[in-house]
Design a protein around this ligand. Structure first.
Ligand SMILES: NC(=O)c1ccc[n+]([C@@H]2O[C@H](COP(=O)([O-])OP(=O)(O)OC[C@H]3O[C@@H](n4cnc5c(N)ncnc54)[C@H](OP(=O)(O)O)[C@@H]3O)[C@@H](O)[C@H]2O)c1
Length: 314
């Protein structure tokens, strides 16, 4: 039975996934949030594929453990850059470090993310899920963009989520000051904003040799949501966790999107793991996307010069 378009994502999750044997030897790949779950699985798969890894993480001890594991298992040297993505100053500092250390960037995987059950604001005054999932990845991408373009062919991958389907994006109330905060909608708002900016950036990057795509990494075992209260954590571990897949599935899909030769010229798309999929209608509203782009630039303080340069280059 063919499902209606809006429910096709359920069928796509069960389809056989694509894989690639293409190697990534010597390719500089940046993965944010590589200390657990999806990001760790992506880092492991990229290390196995020979990539030169840079992991951007907030917890130095966890990052060192990942570094040691990747060295032991795959004989690779992984660089660590520390940054807390709830602070835009940290994102700026991380970008500066990366630009200082790496004359080329082949792949940027924006994976770090968080799900909040309660409304909290960051030191910059942004709602936390919106700041970590969207604003930080938006800013990091912009700060590294010139280097990524100079390294073309290059790829940017946004680890997004089917959670974008929960909606919740209200540009007049991004901090949820005027609405009761609902965790899945806060998460949905952040992921929707990220998707809308993917289409915008894909247009601006047309012809540059740099692609940008978004993907849902599957429903996999990870620590997402474990920053929340005891009841939620128990519910997560006892009720939801047993149904989730091994995060290696996500790592394999990310590797495919980052490495497969047939993905070299594919840009501005959303993938359910490796299956191209139509996102929710609200995440395809290009007029809304243009407003999200401007607001995200303002909120993350992407400089006017950067924005003008991007326009001139496109
Ligand atoms: N798991 C799923 O089924 C699923 C489904 C759809 C989408 N996703 C997406 O997959 C991505 C990874 O999530 P996950 O499920 O793997 O969750 P996870 O295990 O909690 O991993 C999240 C990663 O992001 C990092 N992170 C969180 N807040 C951060 C901050 N303020 N600054 C810097 N790093 C931060 C975490 O660091 P720490 O280790 O220090 O906490 C961790 O490395 C997210 O974008 C999520 O939305 C996951």
């Amino acid at each position: 039975m063919k499902l209606p378009e809006e429910l096709q994502f359920i069928a796509n999750a069960r389809m056989p996934q694509k894989t690639t044997d293409a190697r990534m030897d010597g390719r500089v790949c940046i993965v944010t949030g590589a200390t657990s779950g999806v990001g760790l699985a992506a880092a492991q798969r990229l290390a196995r594929g020979g990539a030169q890894l840079v992991i951007v993480c907030r917890n130095g001890e966890k990052a060192a453990a990942v570094q040691a594991e990747l060295a032991r298992e795959y004989g690779t040297q992984t660089d660590v850059v520390l940054a807390d993505f709830s602070q835009l100053a940290d994102v700026r500092a991380a970008a500066a470090t990366i630009l200082d250390r790496y004359p080329r960037i082949d792949v940027l995987i924006n994976n770090a993310g968080v799900h909040m059950t309660h409304r909290t604001l960051t030191v910059d005054g942004h709602e936390t899920a919106f700041a970590v999932n969207h604003l930080a990845s938006f800013l990091l991408t912009h700060l590294l963009l010139d280097r990524i373009k100079a390294s073309a062919p290059a790829r940017i991958l946004q680890v997004n989520s089917q959670g974008h389907r929960f909606g919740g994006l209200n540009l007049d109330d991004l901090t949820w000051a005027r609405r009761p905060y609902i965790g899945v909608r806060g998460y949905g708002a952040a992921k929707t904003a990220q998707l809308l900016t993917v289409w915008e950036l894909a247009d601006r990057l047309a012809g540059s040799g740099v692609t940008i795509n978004a993907m849902h990494p599957g429903a996999v075992k990870s620590n997402i949501g474990m920053n929340n209260g005891l009841l939620y954590r128990l519910y997560n571990r006892i009720v939801i966790y047993p149904f989730l897949k091994d995060p290696a599935v996500a790592g394999e899909a990310i590797y495919y999107l980052a490495a497969a030769p047939e993905m070299a010229n594919v840009s501005g798309k959303f993938f359910n793991l490796t299956i191209e999929e139509r996102p929710a209608a609200h995440a395809l509203d290009r007029e809304l996307g243009k407003r999200v782009w401007v607001i995200s630039s303002q909120l993350s303080a992407v400089s006017h010069q950067q924005e003008e340069k991007l326009k001139a280059d496109s």
